[in-house]
Design a protein around this ligand. Structure first.
Ligand SMILES: [Zn+2]
Ligand SMILES: [Zn+2]
Length: 455
């Protein structure tokens, strides 16, 4: 390692502690906004490392921002730590086996996401101490990524405004800088109310809320032909009005999820879906309420940060699997249906930055971070290629030796990129210029002002 990168050894020195921290989060899988143990573990760890921690950011009990140093440049590392419901799984098993007494699981690998942020922050802290340079490093403790849009609530309160650049490292099946933007997205629950009646003896007295839900869905399905190709509409019937077909259903609910290229397009799409609800209510003589649950803005990408992070990834030695990792992967690989013979046993190379960015139709609440400060993310290649995301196979790999080393590698790569930004103000200036070009300096959140988090 070149002398000027010696701050990265802070991650090696703290590796046991960081691994233990990630294990604690994996051992206590907590779903969106209920991540009390995970948040507490992160906060006490960072306090013990000399960070000042603001807890309960934006009224979210498990959100926090930990800071070390003073003044600008101010660099943030995103830590996510929420788990997925109903995906309990024992570690390092090549078949589905539930963990006794546990219902949730880290099926998106957010314990790795938290661990790589902490690792990166420790290395930047070491740089600030050894160089005497001015600057602040922050760990952005962001709860409720899975369906909660935690970062959007934090962004609405200005939590990311002062940052000069922000990094995030999400687990994946390959190594790359994230270059694809994501769609703006929101969740709205439509609740219809009608009137119950005997479906055989007095059907004319009933007003079916379930009919309204079905009519709304039919209207939306016709609407699909007349919306831009990059828009998405999904729904789930969350209350069908009861189990008895001989009672006219007096209540029914449908959860809608809409996605569009940006927040303005999303608003326009929501208006049209709302018209479908109005039409359905009119036709069925029912009433409805719409409960706006959460929203995430589209993701703004910053080429200068992508190039800086990509170079840093190339400059740090990628992790290698050991014999134990290989034995486990050989077993698990047998049942990975997404796997093709040309795939390596573990991600072993960094994908180049693409000339052309393909569209991506997912969404992330990191979008709201990206509207408020130049933001870049890396795909942390810690999973066996062919592993489906949000699966027990991900949970099973959560404590794999390779996943741990991948987490520490990601921490090093992000820290190296961050320090290069601190040392080269012209890079930060370019990143800010690109950010301004893309946002126009105006953040209009997809989340309306009056929507509160569903804690
Ligand atoms: Zn996820
Ligand atoms: Zn995730």
């Amino acid at each position: 390692m070149p002398e000027e990168n010696s701050f990265l050894t802070a991650i090696d020195a703290a590796s046991d502690k960081i691994n233990k921290l990630a294990d604690t989060i994996w051992d206590n899988p907590e779903t969106a906004f209920r991540e009390y143990k995970s948040s507490e573990a992160l906060i006490s760890f960072l306090r013990s490392e000399g960070f000042t921690v603001e807890v309960g950011v934006a009224g979210l009990p498990t959100a926090f921002i930990a800071s070390f140093g003073s003044g600008h440049p101010e660099i943030g590392f995103i830590a996510e730590f929420d788990a997925l419901p109903g995906i309990s799984q024992q570690a390092l098993k090549p078949l589905p086996v539930k963990l006794e007494g546990i219902e949730n699981g880290h099926g998106c690998g957010h314990h790795i996401y938290a661990g790589d942020a902490v690792a990166a922050a420790l290395a930047v802290k070491a740089y600030l101490l050894s160089s005497g340079a001015k600057g602040t490093v922050k760990v952005l403790g962001c709860p409720g990524e899975e369906g909660g849009s935690g970062k959007a609530f934090m962004a609405r309160e200005g939590a990311f405004n002062s940052l000069d650049a922000t990094f995030g490292g999400h687990p994946e099946r390959f190594w790359a800088v994230r270059t694809r933007p994501s769609l703006a997205c929101c969740n709205i629950l439509y609740k219809f109310d009608g009137r119950a009646s005997h479906a055989g003896a007095a059907p004319h007295l009933g007003r079916s809320a379930l009919d309204a839900v079905e009519l709304m869905n039919v209207a939306v399905n016709f609407l699909r032909e007349h919306i831009p190709y990059d828009h998405r509409v999904h729904y789930a019937i969350t209350d069908s009005g009861g189990d008895a077909p001989n009672i006219v259903q007096p209540h029914a609910e449908v959860m809608y999820m809409m996605r569009a290229k940006d927040n303005a397009d999303l608003n326009a799409l929501c208006r049209r879906v709302d018209l479908c609800a109005q039409g359905a209510a009119l036709a069925t003589e029912t009433t409805f309420t719409s409960d706006f649950r959460s929203a995430s803005s589209n993701l703004i990408t910053i080429p200068t940060l992508q190039r800086t992070l990509h170079q840093a990834m190339l400059d740090v030695q990628l992790p290698r699997p050991d014999d134990k990792d290989i034995a486990f992967a050989n077993e698990l690989a047998k049942i990975l249906i997404d796997r093709t013979p040309d795939m390596p046993l573990y991600p072993d190379k960094i994908l180049p930055l693409p000339d052309h960015v393909a569209p991506h139709f997912g969404s992330t609440d990191t979008g709201d971070v990206s509207w408020n400060c130049p933001t870049v993310q890396m795909h942390v290649g810690c999973w066996i290629p062919g592993t489906p995301n949000h699966s027990w196979q991900v949970v099973s790999q959560g404590k794999n030796g390779f996943a741990r080393r991948a987490m520490l590698y990601a921490g090093k790569a992000m820290a190296l990129a961050a320090v290069r930004l601190m040392q080269h103000p012209e890079l930060l200036a370019a990143a800010k210029r690109e950010h301004l070009e893309r946002t126009g300096g105006k953040y209009e959140p997809a989340m309306p002002k009056d929507v509160m988090p569903h804690l």
